[in-house]
Write a protein that binds this ligand. Structure first.
Ligand SMILES: N[C@@H](CCC(=O)N[C@@H](CS)C(=O)NCC(=O)O)C(=O)O
Length: 230
């Protein structure tokens, strides 16, 4: 039995936009592992109910379900130790936890301001009402109002990336000369935006964009070959 990954999809089943799923797809590629990705919609929760979880990614390895992207990354590292390390050894794993928390609490909520309505517009019709109701309850306003002033928010968002920018101006990847799991965590947020929205978050000359391009073309163009806008 091979590996399976439940992967959030839009109306078009090849449009896979979950930032958390992107973390794991890049981690699998890093480890040289193949998984069948199964397109999953919010209305498909019964498909993963047996794993006692309501979110994706869910990795099923030889019949065993592993849930939550951070737990899955650790599972891959510990179960496939003979393959390239996701954390680079030593303090890499505890340091990677910071990137995980930063992406969850700051980066992705920041990106959501720009892409939330575009997510809605790409969803399968079965998912739309659930998405609107659950997200509007979370953000406290309509999806339309949430993204309405995105042009005026862009400069502040770009400014907030300055620590990332300075780091990536000095070295090609967060992991140094080659990428590690923190690269995939941060990249996941940008893949979310790229796959769902034509709103361009980064200037072409930004070192963050150059890093994103390097990761898009990594693993034989893996991420670049998927549906996306920029
Ligand atoms: N902490 C989880 C978060 C996963 C998550 O929130 N996934 C979203 C898709 S991007 C989801 O499945 N949401 C289901 C829902 O909102 O009902 C992880 O890192 O895997």
């Amino acid at each position: 039995m091979g590996m399976k990954l439940y992967d959030l999809a839009g109306a078009e089943s090849e449009r896979r936009f979950s930032p958390f799923c992107w973390r794991i797809k890049m981690a699998l590629a890093h480890k040289g592992l193949q998984a069948e990705t199964i397109p999953w919609r919010f209305s498909d929760k019964p498909l993963i109910a047996q794993y006692k979880w309501e979110r994706v990614p869910v990795l099923v390895d030889d019949g065993r379900g592993v849930v939550d992207s951070w737990t899955i990354a650790n599972y891959l590292e510990d179960s496939y130790g003979g393959r390239p390390s996701l954390f680079g050894g030593g303090a890499g794993r505890p340091l990677a936890r910071f990137y995980n928390q930063w992406a969850d609490a700051v980066l992705q909520p920041g990106i959501s301001r720009f892409v939330m309505l575009d997510v809605y517009n790409h969803l399968d019709s079965r998912d739309r009402e659930y998405f609107r109701t659950s997200r509007e309850a979370r953000i406290g306003t309509s999806l339309e109002a949430y993204s309405a002033d995105r042009d005026s928010r862009l400069a502040a968002f770009r400014q907030s990336l300055e620590p990332l920018r300075q780091t990536l101006a000095a070295q090609p990847f967060l992991g140094g000369e080659s990428p590690l799991y923190p690269d995939y965590i941060v990249f996941g947020g940008f893949q979310w935006a790229r796959s769902i929205s034509s709103f361009v978050l980064l200037e072409a000359a930004d070192p963050v964009n150059a890093w994103r391009e390097r990761l898009l073309h990594r693993f034989d163009d893996f991420a670049h070959a998927t549906p996306g806008y920029w």
